[in-house]
Design a protein around this ligand. Structure first.
Ligand code: UT7
Length: 325
């Protein structure tokens, strides 16, 4: 009998400090940076985001999300045999955030590693975990997206600092006789490294280069819209499905206009799109599992429904995963 992987529980965690646009606009104005609630809402759909307190790391947010996912799945942490963390804001250069998180869950022994594909990180990590479950390398995996993007924002650059937030989302992915993950389609094109990056690096005991996020928003926007449609269509084709089979689109939450455009291209009404960007901002690799868990807990997305998850981000990376919940 073929072995599949299936999501059996979802969880998420947001740090308690919530800043509305008005809060952020006031903080930025005090530093001489001019922006407005109107601009942010109109261009992005974002109304609020959460920022982690000093000393709180991706592993802390990810561990809380993981505990919530384990509880939802009814799985004991000690039975987890694989942890993959998607993050671009790791706690340290090394070891992996997954290793630190594993210890925070009070477990040891299972393989753990990070996936670095920026905002596409969660669909990449889910694809890797699915492959490891299908081949018998794992049976009960934790797949987590966790980020503290507030640490890499340049609060003097209004074109980027209003867009991002902190948070984490997680799923428990278990071996199953019936299909959960149906197909996946992943891509990257390294020639676009410069349009979205944090160019700094550690060398000789110093940070060399700028350790803050740089983005050419318009270039990212144009690329994103096209590739997201292509990846979604490729994932559908691989599973022998069509747009009509999609119950919910759960996209990376970067900008409401990108989501509207992708939905239109896939002939999906916005009522079938899970939207949390208004409340979370762009939480990079955490945004898809955060959106998924929010929709599951709100009773919006239900077991048995077919979901298209898709992400796009720095690298340039992009991809989609089609699954039955
Ligand atoms: O997660 C990874 C994926 N990232 C993304 O998906 C981001 C994709 N890109 C975007 O979401 C959009 O390009 C942005 C939201 C970043 C920008 O929206 P836009 O419609 O492309 O605006 P723009 O860059 O063309 O800027 C329009 C104007 C400019 O002023 P001028 O030159 O027309 O006078 C900017 O200086 O808006 C100005 N502006 C702002 N004004 C007030 C830029 N940022 C701000 C701001 N507040 N925060």
């Amino acid at each position: 009998m073929r072995r599949y992987s299936r999501i059996t529980g979802t969880g998420s965690y947001l740090p308690p400090r919530r800043l509305t646009n008005a809060d952020l606009v006031a903080e930025l104005a005090a530093q001489g940076v001019e922006t407005s609630d109107e601009w942010i809402v109109e261009r992005t759909g974002i109304r609020a985001r959460h920022f982690a307190a000093p000393g709180v790391y991706s592993s802390d947010l990810g561990a809380e999300a993981a505990k919530n996912a384990l509880a939802a799945a009814g799985v004991d942490a000690k039975d987890i045999d694989l942890i993959i963390v998607a993050t671009s804001t790791p706690d340290m250069v090394f070891p992996s955030t997954a290793a630190i998180l594993q210890h925070k869950l009070g477990i040891a022994g299972c393989p753990v590693f990070d996936v670095q594909a920026v905002c596409s990180g969660f669909v990449y990590a889910l694809t890797v975990a699915d492959a490891m479950i299908q081949t018998g390398s794992a049976s009960k995996a934790l797949v987590i997206g966790a980020e503290v993007f507030s640490r890499i924002l340049d609060f003097k650059d209004r074109t980027t600092c209003v867009l991002f937030g902190d948070g984490a989302g997680a799923v428990v992915l278990e071996a199953s006789d019936t299909p959960g993950l149906l197909s996946s389609d992943l891509h990257a094109d390294g020639k676009h490294v410069g349009i979205l990056c944090v160019p700094g690096h550690v060398s000789g005991g110093k940070v060399l280069g700028d350790p803050l996020l740089k983005m050419d928003g318009q270039a990212v926007f144009k690329l994103a819209v096209g590739v997201l449609e292509d990846a979604a269509r490729a994932a559908l084709a691989k599973a022998g499905k069509t747009e009509a089979d999609i119950d919910w689109l759960v996209p990376h939450q970067a900008n409401i206009r990108i989501m509207q455009s992708t939905a239109k291209r896939l002939k999906l009404p916005m009522s079938k799109v899970v939207v949390t960007v208004d409340q979370h901002g762009n939480t990079s690799a955490a945004s898809i599992p955060l959106a998924l868990d929010s929709a599951v807990r709100a009773g919006q997305v239900k077991k048995g429904e077919t979901l298209m998850l898709e992400g796009v981000g720095g690298g340039f990376t992009w991809g989609a995963v089609l699954l039955t919940l």
